[in-house]
Design a protein around this ligand. Structure first.
Ligand SMILES: Cc1ncc(COP(=O)(O)O)c(C=O)c1O
Length: 427
């Protein structure tokens, strides 16, 4: 087995330097089980950040179905196969009635790229509206529509067909407080009018119903309800990016968009869908899928293969069998309540739904200056205390908590206790 230094050396020689690592002293994780990770020295870490390992690391049932199907058959969608249709049925049964047609892909990025392509084909336009600080993936087409990337380090700004609404953040956004919804909606109206004045059509409005990389932002109530209607009224397509927040994580509902009481035209899924196995999807209506079927085939070498679909199906079964949506509701609410008992000047805002939580750190209660370096320090101290969280948001001052869905009350207590002692000891 290679030691830490040898791995570092090989990584430096053969992996691209634009791949970053977590924590000042990166971890050498060698094993995972449930909500825990173990490093090469045998230290145990509570994983409070990996929402990809939705039903837990190394779930035996996932390993079992993957092995069974791998030993039997793995092909592509050009053959009739029971696994893909059963999975498509199970998945669409979880979605609103008319969202019943699936395209399978290998990553959330591929799903979002396809969703854009569908919207552009149908509307004959590329005019895309997004939320400030939003992130939708690593493909060129998605860097274009992700302010988190194109306005961040190394970014070249938005192309002229991408229109950005100020991040609807009632704590530190352009409009603040509890009655901001109409102000943010007016920004959408302005953009739609602008697109129309330029004699163009709105193609797509792509949003996360609870923003992840944008800083764990819970959107103002009825913001999506009002804006989705505006977009549909001018013939645009609403795309809900559920890559981070879907599959029961919200607790109160299976999908993030349901917390906003809307039905999108297209939903994109990924991350937790395969519990770490690369599977993602676009789900839309029959009408939209038929309009997209203009003669150009959609083929994806790996998307929808029997191994991936068996795994995806097992993830759905485990969510049901282990009652994980209910766990997200109960433990998520408990975690937020416990976090709100913390009283420290760095804590500006605690927000979230279910097991998708953010703690925004600020330096000055009036100016609300982002406590970026403090957030980084806390992230590293938490790691040293055996708890893995991350930081995010455009200023990287939001502590992000989005653990596997088996996270329990004791895990929440351990997190809150350690965060409290780190805050009180160091700041
Ligand atoms: C909201 C959102 N959409 C899409 C993606 C892209 O998914 P992937 O990394 O699987 O390509 C991400 C990844 O972090 C994401 O957070």
């Amino acid at each position: 087995m290679l030691n830490r230094n040898e791995i570092f050396k090989l990584r430096k020689a053969h992996l691209a330097p634009s791949l970053s690592m977590s924590y000042n002293t990166p971890l050498h994780i060698v094993k995972g089980f449930g909500q825990y990770l173990y490093d090469s020295e045998g230290n145990r870490y509570l994983d409070a950040v990996n929402n990809i390992q939705h039903v837990g690391h190394s779930h035996p049932k996932i390993a079992k179905v993957a092995e069974k199907q791998f030993r039997k058959l793995n092909t592509n969608t050009r053959y009739i196969d029971e696994k893909i249709v059963k999975y498509a049925k199970a998945l669409t049964d979880k979605l609103p009635e008319n969202l019943d047609v699936c395209f399978f892909t290998n990553s959330g990025s591929e799903a979002n790229d396809l969703a854009l392509r569908i919207a552009r084909t149908i509307t004959n336009s590329n005019q895309t509206i997004v939320l400030g600080a939003g992130y939708h993936g690593n493909l060129s087409s998605l860097v274009d529509i992700s302010p988190y990337k194109h306005e961040g380090p190394g970014g070249a700004g938005a192309p002229d067909f991408v229109h950005t609404i100020p991040r609807p953040d009632k704590f530190r956004g352009k409009y603040r407080g509890d009655n901001t919804v109409d102000a943010y909606v007016s920004e959408v109206i302005k953009i739609i009018d602008n697109i129309k004045q330029n004699k163009k059509n709105v193609s797509a409005f792509m949003v996360e119903s609870l923003m992840g990389c944008g800083g764990q932002i819970v959107l103002p109530e009825s913001f999506l309800k009002k804006t989705f209607k505006l977009i549909n009224d001018v013939g645009g397509i609403n795309i809900a990016d559920e890559v981070q927040i879907g599959f029961g994580r919200m607790g109160s509902s299976f999908w993030g968009f349901e917390t906003c009481d809307v039905i999108p035209d297209i939903v994109t899924l990924g991350k937790s869908m395969g519990n770490g196995h690369p599977i993602a999807a676009v789900v839309t209506t029959k009408e939209i899928a038929d309009k997209f079927n203009n003669g150009m085939e959609y083929f994806n070498s790996f998307g929808g293969n029997p191994v991936s679909c068996s795994i995806g199906n097992e993830v759905l079964n485990i969510i049901e069998d282990e009652d994980l949506q209910k766990n997200a509701l109960e433990v998520g609410s408990y975690l937020i309540t416990q976090l709100r008992t913390l009283d420290h000047p760095l804590i500006g805002d605690i927000r979230g739904i279910g097991l998708f939580v953010g703690i925004e750190l600020i330096k000055n209660k009036e100016l609300l200056s982002p406590a970026t370096s403090e957030a980084k320090l806390i992230e590293n101290h938490m790691k040293d205390h055996g708890i893995l969280i991350s930081t995010d948001g455009p200023d990287h001052n939001v502590l992000k908590i989005k653990p596997p869905m088996i996270f329990n009350h004791e895990n929440a207590d351990e997190l809150v206790y350690n965060l409290s002692s780190i805050l009180n000891k160091n700041f």
